[in-house]
Design a protein around this ligand. Structure first.
Ligand code: COA
Length: 117
């Protein structure tokens, strides 16, 4: 099952979607919903549950939510070396729009965007 909630802290726009099996959080998406846009801040699946479609389920849920909330676009940054995540995002219609040099200090980041509306 999915559970949606706010993330307490200084950013009032931060929210998360958790994927839960038997009361355990197996994976999550953390994101910011800032008026007409969303920023995907983190996507994570517990290692022993990877390659079983949990990432797919979370992304499908997240994109449906973005459509329901009528956001214009979703953006995210990903490490250039993270081919698994880049594949996943491309599969869901994210385009690579900019290279952010040394975004992660030791590594470049790629800015990706998906038009929703
Ligand atoms: C990225 C991550 C969330 C994927 O979760 P997952 O549950 O294993 O993903 P799924 O099994 O649902 O696969 C979803 C898609 O990811 C891509 N993918 C998954 N495993 C892959 C692999 N070993 N090689 C290449 N692509 C892969 C594919 O596009 C796949 O789509 P498909 O099912 O049609 O092949 C997971 O690997 C993870 O938590 N990684 C560490 C954290 C991270 O890097 N997060 C992204 C930060 S921006």
């Amino acid at each position: 099952m999915f559970r949606e909630s706010e993330i307490e802290g200084i950013n009032p726009y931060s929210r998360k979607i958790e994927y839960i099996i038997d009361n355990n959080v197996i994976g999550y998406i953390k994101y910011s919903h800032i008026y007409e846009r969303m920023e995907l801040d983190n996507l994570f699946v517990e290692e022993e549950y990877r390659n079983r479609g949990v990432g797919n389920k979370l992304m499908c849920y997240f994109i449906s939510l973005a459509i329901e909330k009528r956001v214009v676009n979703i953006t995210l940054e990903v490490r250039i070396s993270n081919e698994i995540a880049r594949n996943l995002y491309k599969k869901y219609g994210f385009r690579e729009v900019a290279l952010r040099k040394f975004y992660y200090g030791d590594e470049d980041g790629i800015l990706m965007e998906k038009q929703v509306m």
